[in-house]
Design a protein. Sequence first.
Length: 120
Amino acid sequence: MQSTDITVTNIVKGIENVKGENICVLDFTELDNVVCKYFVICDCKSNTQVNAISNSIKKTLSKNIREKPFQTEGLENKNWVLLDYVDVVVHIFKKEFREIYNLEELWSDAKIIRIDNLNE
């Protein structure tokens, strides 16, 4: 099993490769009774970009650390796609849906790490 830090780093690379925006990592490692160690959250503007980000993450993790998602949800409607890597769960939102669900507020007790967008 790969280190979760390596998994998170590769997920962020996969998002940045296709210009995902507003990337943040929610760190749950200091909290009790949580479903995973990290959320990685990003948003984008279109269904095409949702697909591109999802595919880029899967390709990056498969190539670099030979990891595949345990579960994938949301590819049918492309408003909110979830890639479950067990210890790390990725949330890819279309911008307006990220604002509606506001996971950062919902999980505000987690440590939130904002990733500077290298593509801007």
